[in-house]
Design a protein around this ligand. Sequence first.
Ligand SMILES: [Cu+2]
Length: 206
Amino acid sequence: MQFLIAVLLSALPLTLAHSSTSTANPGVHSVSVGNGALAYSPDTITAAVGDTIEFHFFAPLHSVAQGNFSTPCTPSPNGFFSGDISTSSGENVDVFTVTVNDTNPIWFYCVIPTHCQLGMSGVINPPADNSNTLAQYQAAAKNVANSVTPANVEGGVLGPLKAATTSSAAPSPSSKNAGSRTGGDIQWVVFGLTGALAMVFGALII
Ligand SMILES: [Cu+2]
């Protein structure tokens, strides 16, 4: 009996630690789009495979589209595009979330006329050897006559973010975190049950 109690009690901290890590979101990078300037902030992001980039749009009108280094202000085939996001004031409720699938450089720009030419672009995982730089992309962009808008919104999820810490929030079909959130809830249930069992055994021994 005492051995069983010892096992149960020793499992408590482990269960708690596992729970807190499974509910965290370490791989999320938040980017402001056009917040007081024709720029992304930050405009250079280092991300691991599986990380997500959340683009937050500000008034009045901005976007984010994936492009190639060699063709600034022009979309790349099968790249992501948020669509034109019109906002009356402040920050738009919709966030465009992109998942990073590899560590190759991902260049992006705003398709709204003149924005890319005026320096509204950025990069995820720029080349470590500086063979291509964002400064070079932005310099070349100044000479592009017209930005090109992708045909479709694609390559990401557009919608309001779910409240990060409210476990009782209604499930959202657009949420990509539903699976891990449910896992976190289960961890807490297991934690609660383990604690209850420990108390029962503790009462028995007394
Ligand atoms: Cu813009």
